[in-house]
Design a protein around this ligand. Structure first.
Ligand code: ZEM
Length: 264
């Protein structure tokens, strides 16, 4: 078996994405969220957390409330890890996110391997670094500024909510953001700009926004992007210019994937 054949791993990941029995028939969105949460613990001030280390393998991070459901994503990648035992989990999770975005019609994300799996469990970042969907613009800014992102990058990265859905048995929220949750597009921004949103309780009692027939949803933290004037400016830009969104997203997602990864 040849090592470092990341193209072969990518191909194998693409082959397991379609699944008739799962959600909207693709594992892609879940794997994008797995990659995102493996990065989203990063703290620039202490250079801790982030995708290097694959610390979500450890109980404390796996059990962080925000990571609910991601054990399923990690489980789906186990056969790939067995097929290519030389790849680190840390690289595999990020590669799976990049490959899924492209396979679902999104931009090509620049990929760099080199992450390692920590053996020392004490290097696991503390719980509570992930963003909380019920909170407002201050919280959203604090979390993303802590990672080193600016307002434009925040709005851009949130465009990943063009993919997938919220699950009552995971986060307590209910429904997809867009009409085709397995096609990467800028529809999320277009929908944010409409007035079709009612602040209502989900079946589990979480407060969220539904459209008129409850077929689509927004999290309170998504709605912040149009309530806050500085964020709203970028929502408008990305709603009107899909190509610009794709270009900016590819840069921001790559930056996310590199946070805390030691590079020579
Ligand atoms: Zn999400 N996200 N996210 N996100 N996310 C969910 C689902 C997905 C927040 C959040 O609380 C939630 C980013 C930013 C933020 C994806 C990607 C990215 C869910 C639903 C919640 C509650 C989980 C469930 O029930 O299954 C918050 C508060 C965010 C920032 C303020 C960024 C940035 C992302 C990538 C770049 C994706 C792809 C999903 C869909 C997962 C799936 O299983 O379909």
């Amino acid at each position: 078996m040849s090592e470092h054949n990341y193209a072969a791993v990518a191909k194998s990941i693409i082959s397991i994405l379609p699944r008739k029995d799962y959600d909207d028939e693709s594992l892609g969105p879940l794997l994008v969220r797995l990659a995102w949460h493996s990065c989203a613990t990063y703290d620039m001030a202490t250079n801790t957390g982030g995708s290097n280390g694959a610390t979500m393998r450890f109980r404390m991070e796996a059990d962080d409330e925000g990571n609910s459901g991601l054990e399923t994503g990690r489980m789906f990648l186990e056969p790939i890890k067995r097929q290519y035992p030389w790849i680190s989990y840390a690289d595999l999770w990020i590669l799976a996110g990049c490959v899924s975005i492209k396979a679902l019609g999104g931009p090509k994300i620049k990929w760099r391997p080199g992450r390692v799996d920590f053996v020392d469990e004490s290097l696991t970042p503390p719980n509570g670094r992930l963003p909380i969907a019920s909170k407002g613009s201050d919280h959203v800014r604090n979390v993303f500024y802590r990672m080193g992102f600016n307002d434009q990058e925040i709005v851009c990265l949130m465009g990943a909510h063009n993919l997938g859905r919220t699950h009552p048995n995971r986060s307590g929220y209910d429904g997809p953001w867009v009409t085709n949750p397995i096609k990467f597009s800028n529809e999320f921004y277009k929908l944010l700009m409409t007035n079709d949103w009612q602040y209502t309780s989900s079946p589990t009692g979480r407060m969220q926004y539904y459209n008129h027939d409850k077929s689509l949803m927004m999290l309170p933290s998504d709605m912040v992007l149009v309530q806050d004037k500085k964020f709203r400016k970028y929502v408008k830009i990305y709603a009107l210019d899909k190509q610009r969104f794709f270009n900016d997203f590819a840069l921001a997602f790559h930056k996310l994937n590199e946070l805390g990864v030691p590079r020579r």
